[in-house]
Design a protein around this ligand. Structure first.
Ligand code: ZN
Length: 278
């Protein structure tokens, strides 16, 4: 039987005073024992999260936010040495599966640092307008975003190239749900969360149709796991909204009549294995 622990696999450190304390207090009341917490942007963000990790070593699994312009594969080593548990990727400068990035992923695999990838459409940032940037400083501050670079099918390439690397794709690839689901079936090292608007907008039956295979179906995953064993709980909202997302997940379990075993795997068991924190 799966251990009954809840782990939030996808949460952002917010620039609010005492955020780690607020988070720890709220999650204790929700029965969430661990959180994969993503650093705010830049080196300051890394430092901030490191401080929080030192204060709450059992509670926080720190994910260092990757800086495509400034970080090199050696930074993965640095993050590991600092005690970070994984790396978070978003807004790549090329498609996620581009050869230029393979050395980063290889380092993560070698050091057993799972990768969390933002997938699909991304929110508009408040950065400066890229097209109007006239100085290199402005251009640096502005974002050129191609959401197509973050398609879930790129994780299929990466998962095959780095079969020992534990990979977590966010938002079930919204809006490329089918790509995400089939990539998930074929790659034992690839997992997805249902954060974002999906649980609010899509019916449980729709998700059941996407995640249709199980250990008994003629077409299934290579390890004979149920589709739902590849889905993890994540919040991706402010700490005071997590209870609502947890509620949406529980509602989904009920509507689809998922077993107790599968439910606890989604809530925490699977992520515990990915990060080796059982
Ligand atoms: Zn996120």
């Amino acid at each position: 039987m799966e251990k009954k622990i809840i782990i939030d696999a996808h949460h952002h450190y917010q620039n609010v005073p005492d955020y780690p304390d607020l988070l720890a207090e709220e999650y204790a009341s929700l029965g969430i024992s661990k959180v994969c917490l993503i650093s705010p942007k830049g080196e300051d963000g890394i430092k901030k999260l490191k401080k929080a990790m030192d204060k709450y070593p059992k509670f926080i699994l720190g994910l260092a936010q990757w800086d495509w312009e400034n970080h090199k594969p050696d930074d993965v080593v640095r993050f590991k040495d600092m005690g970070f548990a994984g790396v978070k990727f978003i807004r790549p400068t090329l498609p996620y599966n581009h050869k230029d990035f393979w050395s980063i992923y290889e380092k993560c695999q070698e050091l057993k640092m799972p990768g969390l990838f933002h997938l699909g459409i991304v929110g508009r940032s408040k950065g400066k307008d890229f097209m109007k940037a006239t100085t290199p400083e402005d251009a640096k501050e502005a974002y050129f975003v191609d959401s197509n670079y973050m398609r879930p099918i790129y994780l299929d390439t990466i998962a095959r190239l780095f079969p020992e690397w534990q990979i977590h794709g966010a938002h079930l690839g919204n809006p490329w749900y089918e790509e995400a689901s089939m990539s998930c079936r074929w790659n034992p090292n690839l997992y997805f969360d249902l954060t974002g608007s999906t649980l609010k907008k899509k019916k449980p039956e729709y998700l059941a149709e996407l995640l249709w295979w199980n250990r008994f179906t003629r077409y299934r995953d290579p390890d004979g796991r149920d589709a739902w064993e590849k889905i993890v709980f994540g919040s991706d909202v402010a700490y005071y909204e997590t209870h609502d997302v947890l509620n949406d997940y529980n509602n989904l379990f009920q509507k689809l009549n998922l077993s107790e075993e599968i439910k606890w795997k989604i809530l925490g068991g699977t992520v515990a294995k990915m990060y080796g924190v059982e």
